[in-house]
Design a protein. Structure first.
Length: 202
């Protein structure tokens, strides 16, 4: 079973999946309902840039994107408009899933590009009774574009396939250091590769 198949299988569970510092707890089924709402706005095989603080909405947008067979592009929510527009021009997303906290940054960045991606405010997602869409494709399309920090120039996008991610997950499974009752404390932002893999995907 691939990591994506395992995620999809778990989405029907009532067990807790995400606990926020505010005390709110969301089950896998809760997350599935937010995923289904986000998936209404996206098509398979399109590029979806995701920008915002860590939240159950961010998780829902990310999982909704890769489950539907689209390419997720998680980026730093502290980018300046000038930094963000460089990434937008490079990856050319057809949709941006954003938190309200970065609205001004996103709108300002779009003033400097001819691209007109659709904007979806992820913190306005509602629970939906629609079925989560899971597109299985062979060969599987790219899953992610992660951007470097850009310390020596403009950030560069690194393309990761589902096979890349699945290889990491399977390697960790073979170590037998995790069990279903383990809890992960997410301190780092999910747009970084390490917390994305270690605290979200796994």
């Amino acid at each position: 079973m691939t990591f994506l198949e395992a995620i999809y299988k778990n989405l029907d569970k009532e067990t807790p999946a995400v606990a926020l510092s505010s005390g709110s707890v969301f089950s896998y089924r809760d997350i599935a309902e937010y995923i289904a709402d986000f998936q209404r706005h996206i098509n398979a095989n399109e590029k979806v840039l995701i920008i915002g603080e860590n939240s159950h909405f961010w998780i829902s947008a990310f999982l909704g994107t890769i489950l539907k067979g689209s390419i997720a592009i998680p980026v730093d929510n502290l980018l300046t408009p000038e930094e963000l527009v460089n990434i937008i021009n490079d990856c050319k997303p057809s949709l941006i899933g954003l938190s309200s906290s970065v609205e001004n940054t996103v709108l300002e960045s779009l003033r400097f590009t001819r691209l007109k991606p659709k904007l979806i405010f992820i913190d306005s997602l509602k629970k939906s009774n629609r079925k989560v869409e899971f597109f299985k494709k062979e060969p599987q399309p790219p899953a992610l574009i992660l951007y470097t920090s850009g310390t020596t120039g403009n950030p560069k996008g690194v393309l990761l396939s589902f096979q890349n991610l699945n290889h990491n997950v399977q390697a960790i499974r073979k170590l037998e250091i995790l069990n279903p009752d383990d809890k992960f404390l997410a301190i780092l932002p999910f747009f970084h590769s390490y917390p994305l893999m270690a605290t979200l995907i796994i």
